[in-house]
Design a protein around this ligand. Structure first.
Ligand code: NIG
Ligand code: FE
Length: 412
């Protein structure tokens, strides 16, 4: 057989090819192959076998992995990729103990990024998004979800979504788009969140027509949108054919997790303060818990999602950076894997499921991303690490050695 790239001498290969989402105890059962080799032709994996068997292949390019760990490209299922400006000045406010929701109430936080995003041109936003995508790629991410939500008016929300579409066409990474018009309440609608949700829902039709987003998301939180408001808005989105996501139980326990389950959302995200009942419901549903421990860390909170209990109860969990300019400013999902180990007490085996196969399912890409298997697109990372335990262990730096997306080397 003739292949374009043959990766040989793989120390450990994690195929992550179980039919997912992988839930409960199964998250700690990891398949590891030693001395494996992978054949890639065009954009696909066409062959997987042992180093010995690989001798029958003819390859244009032989890539010696030199005993490295090889895994599927990471999937980041929750980011706020497109935004104007930055918020480094808020760090001092946080240090003074001013809560995140208080900064928002005073017109800062999300609303300050909204002003910067409204003021930015399409080209500026695109250039910035491509820069962040490059950073994600060099850290081993090959598929990413991206939300709007820094427009809060029709034109700017559409501008953000069109930037996502253009970035998806221009950049090798695959981007899955989510409409988060219901991310905060702008000044003009301060006393009328209901009317704001009606106004935002007017975009469902044009977004669907232009195929600008697959999912609709909402920030269900104190001072933002209540559970009944979120339910009405999301039901409308569901009727129009969108998949659903919720920023749920991030700061206050409102029951957003239960709402995600009730509405059959593909994911409930954050879940830092989900109730016992919410955990039970999540565990007995098809909704994936997308946990963002970097956000708890960055907001200096003691409330970390009870991911341990969620998995023990049988839930499927993914983890993500939540990359955004306010509550989690990092493109490095490897760092989040370390925080998940240290703060959520997830095992390395659970963490690898959470950033590959389960993360792919959390954005409707379970059949195409998050695994290495014959017939799949070749999204593969070679790591400067001898084994899979090593990535969460050695924290805060980039371990990606070579990143392959759709069969092409995009970082080395
Ligand atoms: O997921 N919680 C709401 N939205 C983002 C933060 C956005 C921001 O602070 O700019 C989050 O944490
Ligand atoms: Fe978020």
């Amino acid at each position: 057989m003739q292949v374009d790239i043959l990766i040989t001498n793989i120390g450990e290969l994690l195929p992550m090819d179980k039919k997912g989402p992988v839930r409960g105890k199964a998250m700690s059962e990891l398949t590891v192959w030693h001395d494996a080799a992978i054949g890639i032709k065009n954009d696909q994996v066409v062959w997987i076998g042992s180093g010995d068997e690989a001798k029958v292949l003819e390859a244009s390019n032989v890539m010696d992995a030199k005993g490295r760990l090889v895994t599927p490209g990471l999937v980041d299922p929750h980011t706020h990729l497109v935004f104007g400006g930055s918020r480094e000045k808020e760090m001092a406010l946080k240090q003074q103990g001013i809560p995140y929701l208080e900064i928002l109430k005073q017109g800062g936080g999300i609303l300050s990024t909204v002003r910067a995003t409204q003021a930015a041109s399409f080209e500026e936003l695109l250039e910035k998004a491509l820069f962040h995508l490059d950073r994600m790629a060099m850290h081993g991410i090959t598929t990413v979800e991206a939300k709007s939500g820094y427009g809060l008016d029709h034109d700017t929300e559409m501008k953000q979504l069109r930037v996502v579409k253009e970035a998806n066409e221009k950049h090798p990474l695959d981007i899955v788009s989510t409409f988060l018009g219901a991310h905060a309440i702008p000044e003009d609608y301060k006393n009328n969140p209901e009317a704001f949700l009606v106004y935002m829902s007017e975009l469902f039709e044009p977004i669907r027509e232009e195929r600008l987003a697959e999912f609709v998301d909402i920030f269900t939180e104190t001072g933002v949108f209540s559970v009944p408001q979120s339910r009405r808005y999301l039901m409308k989105a569901k009727e129009m054919g969108f998949g659903l996501k919720i920023h749920a139980d991030e700061i206050d326990t409102l029951g957003g997790t239960e709402l995600a389950v009730e509405l059959g959302a593909v994911s409930g995200d954050h879940l830092a303060v989900t109730s016992d009942e919410g955990i039970e419901k999540l565990a007995n549903s098809d909704t994936i818990g997308v946990i963002l421990p970097g956000t708890s860390f960055y907001l200096g909170k003691d409330d970390y999602a009870r991911a341990r209990q969620m998995i023990d109860a049988g839930a499927a969990i993914a983890i993500s950076t939540d990359f955004n300019p306010g509550s989690s400013v990092t493109e490095n999902l490897q760092l989040i894997m370390s925080i998940a180990a240290l703060k959520l007490r997830l095992s390395p085996e659970e963490i690898w499921h959470a950033v590959t196969v389960n993360a792919a399912h959390a954005i409707g890409r379970g059949e195409v991303a998050g695994s290495i298997a014959v017939g799949r697109k070749a999204d593969i990372v070679l790591w400067d690490a001898p084994n899979y335990l090593y990535i969460p262990y050695h924290y805060g730096v980039n371990h990606a050695n070579t990143v392959i997306k759709n069969g092409k080397v995009i970082f080395e």
